[in-house]
Design a protein around this ligand. Structure first.
Ligand SMILES: [Zn+2]
Length: 151
């Protein structure tokens, strides 16, 4: 995953992810962290939902475990492929469950409890027909799982 191949393609929203230059430009989710409450948020709201303090931007890593998912087989919005997958992932880098998209090419591999790895690619459009970058998770097979030392 190299940032340079996406030159000029905007993210669906700013501040959702970054490309980590220390890790071969692999993508990492960005979220918010409240130092008062020690709570994480994704996407980052302007203020903490619990104490209303401003939040710090924080990296949320690129791995997690599937908590639940569904496959939507009709009326994909924003130019997403049909069918597409969405659901919840528990991130390993933070005590946080986030709503996310899954790799549309690997829907048959989705299984609750399996590890996933973040990817960013041109996926759908911004609502006005302009292609944009979206983060999504690729399901890993058990033999690729993070605990087995895979990527
Ligand atoms: Zn707070």
């Amino acid at each position: 995953m190299n940032e340079s191949i996406f030159n000029g393609i905007p993210p669906i929203l700013p501040g959702l992810f970054r490309f980590n230059r220390n890790k071969n430009n692999s993508p990492e989710l960005l979220g918010g962290f409240c130092p008062q409450c020690e709570k994480h948020f994704y996407p980052r709201p302007s203020r903490c939902h619990y104490c209303l303090e401003p939040l710090e931007e924080i990296g949320l890593g690129d791995t997690g475990k599937i908590y639940s998912f569904t496959i939507i087989r009709k009326k994909a919005p924003f130019g997403l492929p049909e069918p597409y997958g969405a659901g919840f992932v528990d991130l390993y880098a933070a005590n946080l469950r986030i709503f996310c998209l899954f790799d549309p090419a690997k829907l048959d591999s989705l299984k609750i409890g399996n590890d996933v790895k973040l990817a960013v690619a041109i996926l759908g459009h911004d609502g006005f027909g302009t292609p944009c970058l979206r983060p999504y998770f690729i399901p890993l097979f058990p033999n690729e799982s993070l605990k087995a030392g895979g990527k």
